[in-house]
Design a protein around this ligand. Structure first.
Ligand code: NAD
Ligand code: TYD
Length: 356
């Protein structure tokens, strides 16, 4: 039995599906079901007794304490977080609440549970904390990619809150001996991503004939990691990672945003040749930049390859094709997540950028 937090979100749900498919052992999934959490992502597990869903907050000490006592997990994988930079600019409080205070409360309950375990279980227990490359700050065009030794320099309320949680995780290992592992990954993309992040938003907007909003000059660079590769990397770190260590996980796919959007448009032209929106690139619209917009992220993923033997299977060209295909084949999922509060988000983030 493992405990996954945030397992109804984008990466977490991919991970739960992947884990049950590959490892076959049970998962307790604790998720608050914020706007980003969606039980439809887990529909394939609705009759599977190996998936135990618990609706709740990682910051709810009593609930987490009870769950640990009841299910006695051998490992915890912590995905639960507020995860979107633009939302953190409008409302940082939720980010501090979940990413900092929530992680702290979770760590306290885990410390108490772990301290009471028998020696052998204590030694084999693992807490894997999922973090981001954004904690390392922003790179210039000629800077070397982030390594595990790069000093932290977070620039957004989101990345600052994730950095704080990483520091707490580090301190709980150093001070109390908790068997921690931390992973810092680059931008993920793939099935079940909420259409507020670049790739999912662009696919949805393009199929609907809406504007494709490019912040600034479109030359900001991200290193794209296919979510299936990320899930596999986490399983490898959990199985083989050295306690107390950090592992960077990247896709070796640095791309400027404008190139990403051009690629999506070309694939849509090919898959939807009769659409009245061909060529989809004509929908591209330059809009007001994000405040404090980090210019470039890039991950040096040599350590995990050298020490644990993992490297990504997908390159951007194969991963983005799979992703576009998935969205086109799952329009019912997209329509459901794009109703209700999602419209309020579009109004908040894009109307003052001149598009609706
Ligand atoms: P997401 O926003 O899609 O999902 C987050 C999930 O956490 C949701 O299901 C939400 O309901 C849940 N959640 C939020 N607050 C909670 C709380 N207090 N208690 C319990 N559950 C709560 O995020 P994601 O993209 O799947 O990211 C997962 C993790 O990976 C996050 O920690 C994020 O910082 C990290 N990460 C993501 C990316 C990326 O590109 N998506 C890149 C690097 C790191
Ligand atoms: P995003 O998916 O929000 O991830 P992050 O900011 O965590 O890297 O954004 C990826 C890049 O795409 C980032 O440089 C901002 C840019 N972007 C746009 O140009 N337009 C958009 O509408 C969005 C959501 C992002």
């Amino acid at each position: 039995m493992i405990l996954v937090t945030g397992g109804a979100g984008f990466i977490g749900s991919n991970f739960v599906l992947d884990w049950i498919g590959c490892e076959g052992t049970p998962v307790v999934n604790l998720d608050k079901l914020t706007y980003a959490g969606n039980m439809e992502n887990l529909a394939n597990l609705s009759n599977d007794h190996r998936h135990i869903f618990v609706h709740g907050d990682i910051g709810d000490s009593a609930l987490v304490g009870d769950l640990l006592k009841k299910h006695k997990p051998r490992a915890i994988v912590n995905f639960a977080a507020e995860s979107h930079v633009d939302r953190s600019i409008y409302g940082p409080a939720d980010f501090v609440h979940t990413n900092v205070v929530g992680t702290f409360n979770l760590l306290e309950e885990v410390r108490s549970y772990w301290s009471a375990l028998a020696d052998e279980e204590k030694n084999t227990f693992r807490f894997l904390h999922v973090s981001t490359d954004e904690v390392y700050g922003s790179l210039g065009p000629d800077d070397a990619p982030f390594t595990e030794e790069t000093p932290y320099a977070p620039n957004s309320p989101y990345s600052a809150s994730k950095a704080a949680s990483d520091h707490l995780v580090r301190a709980y290992h150093h001070t109390y001996g908790l068997p921690m592992l931390t992973t810092n990954c680059s931008n993920n993309y793939g099935p079940y991503q909420f259409p507020e992040k670049l790739i999912a938003l662009m696919i949805l907007n393009a199929t609907k004939g809406r504007s494709l909003p490019i912040y600034g000059d479109g030359q900001n660079v991200r290193d794209w990691l296919y979510v299936g590769d990320h899930c596999e990397a986490i399983r490898v770190v959990l199985a083989k990672g050295i306690v107390g260590e950090t592992y960077n996980i990247g896709g070796w796919n640095e791309k400027a945003n404008l190139d990403v959007v051009h690629t999506i448009c070309a694939i849509l032209d090919e898959y939807l040749p009769n659409s009245s929106f061909v060529p989809h690139v004509s929908l591209i619209t330059y809009v007001k930049d994000r405040p404090g917009h980090d210019r470039r992220y890039a991950i040096d993923a040599h350590k995990i390859e050298r020490e644990l033997g993992w490297k990504p299977k997908e390159n951007f060209e194969t991963g983005i094709r799979k992703t576009v295909r998935w969205y086109l084949d799952n329009m019912a999922w997209v329509e459901n997540v794009a109703s209700g509060n999602y419209q309020n988000w579009l109004a908040q983030n894009y109307v003052d950028r001149g598009i609706s």
